[in-house]
Design a protein around this ligand. Structure first.
Ligand SMILES: NC(=O)c1ccc[n+]([C@@H]2O[C@H](COP(=O)([O-])OP(=O)(O)OC[C@H]3O[C@@H](n4cnc5c(N)ncnc54)[C@H](OP(=O)(O)O)[C@@H]3O)[C@@H](O)[C@H]2O)c1
Length: 260
C-alpha cells in the first residue's frame, strides 16, 4: 500500500519513521515548512514537498497528522486537487471522522494513543492504535496496516474515541500539569525537583499492582483535615495553586466518601 504522510510534527515524525522501519511504503511526506518536510523525507528516504498541489495522486492512503483545526481545511484542499476518491485518515483523538464526510467517501481515523514529542523515542510496539473508517473494507485494511506497526490495535468508534480522549487528558495532560505545579512551587522555595522523581515514577509503576483508586494515598484519602488545612495555609502565598489544591482534595474526598 502506498502511503502519503501529511504533517511533519510530533506525530508525523514518529509515524513516518515507524511505518518506514516496519517496511511500509511511505511514498511522500508533506509539510508546509520545507525544512521539516526535507528532514522527515530524507530521514525515511522518501520524496517530500511543501506544496499541497504537488502531493501525488497515485497513493492508496493519505494520513493527515496536522493540527486538529487544520484537518478540515487541508482535507478540502486535497479533495479539490483530485484526491476525493482516495482513502484519507487523521491521527486525532479529539476530531470526529465525519470531518471528512463533505469531501470524501472513504475516510477514517488512525489514532495512536500516546503522547509524542519529536525528541523522545516512541515504543510503537505497545502503543494502542485506534482505528475507524467509513467503509468496513477500509477499516479492515487500516487494522491490518496498524498491526504492522503495533501489537495493540483497536477498532474504536468516534464516540468511544471522544471518551478516551477526555480520559487521556486527565491521565496525561493534567497529571503532567501537576508535575509542573509541583516543580514551580519547589523552584520558588529553592528545593530541587529531582527529589520528587522517584515518587513520580512509583505513582505510575504501582498501577501494575492495582487500580488507581486502590493505590490512592495522601491527606485527602485519609481524611486528614488538619494536614489539608496546613497545606492550604502554606498555599496562601501561591493563590493560583490554592484553588487547584482545594478542587482536587474535594474530588478525592467526594470519591472516597461516596464509595464508603
Ligand atoms: N502529540 C501528541 O502527543 C499526539 C498524540 C496523538 C494524536 N495527536 C494528533 O496528531 C495530530 C498532529 O499532532 P502533533 O502533535 O504532531 O502536532 P504538531 O507537532 O504541532 O504538528 C502539527 C503539524 O501540522 C502542521 N499544520 C498545522 N496547521 C497546518 C495547516 N493549516 N496546513 C498544513 N499543515 C499544518 C504543522 O506544520 P508547521 O510545522 O509548519 O506548523 C505541523 O507539521 C493532531 O491531530 C493531534 O491531535 C497528537
Amino acid at each position: 500500500m502506498k502511503i502519503v504522510l501529511i504533517g511533519a510534527g510530533n506525530v508525523g515524525w514518529h509515524l513516518g519513521h515507524r511505518l518506514r522501519s516496519c517496511g511500509q511504503d511511505v511514498v511522500q511526506v508533506f509539510s508546509r515548512n520545507l525544512l521539516k518536510a526535507k528532514e522527515l523525507g530524507e530521514g525515511i528516504q522518501t520524496a517530500f514537498t511543501d506544496h499541497l498541489d504537488e502531493i501525488t495522486t497515485s497513493a492508496d492512503l493519505y494520513i493527515l497528522a496536522v493540527h486538529d483545526d487544520a484537518i478540515e481545511p487541508v482535507a478540502e484542499k486535497l479533495a479539490a486537487s483530485g484526491l476525493q476518491e482516495k482513502l484519507i485518515v487523521h491521527t486525532s483523538g479529539a476530531t470526529p471522522m465525519s470531518v471528512f464526510a463533505a469531501d470524501f467517501k472513504r475516510f477514517g481515523v488512525f489514532y495512536p494513543l500516546q503522547t509524542f514529542t519529536k525528541s523522545r523515542a516512541a515504543n510503537f510496539e505497545i502503543i494502542p492504535i485506534c482505528i475507524d473508517a467509513s467503509l468496513d473494507s477500509d477499516r479492515e485494511m487500516l487494522t491490518q496496516l496498524a498491526r504492522k506497526i503495533s501489537s495493540k490495535v483497536f477498532q474504536i468508534t468516534d464516540q468511544e474515541r471522544a471518551v478516551l480522549h477526555v480520559a487521556a487528558v486527565f491521565v496525561n495532560n493534567f497529571t503532567n500539569h501537576l508535575f509542573h505545579v509541583g516543580q514551580s512551587v519547589l523552584e520558588r522555595e529553592k528545593i530541587s525537583f529531582e527529589l520528587l522523581l522517584p515518587l513520580i515514577r512509583e505513582t505510575v509503576d504501582k498501577l501494575e499492582d492495582g487500580t488507581p483508586g486502590e493505590m490512592q494515598t495522601g491527606p485527602a484519602r485519609r481524611g486528614d483535615e488538619e494536614t489539608i488545612q496546613r497545606h492550604l495555609r502554606f498555599l496562601e502565598k501561591y493563590p493560583e495553586y490554592q484553588d487547584l489544591y482545594r478542587t482536587l482534595t474535594d474530588s478525592i474526598l467526594q470519591h472516597f466518601t461516596n464509595k464508603t
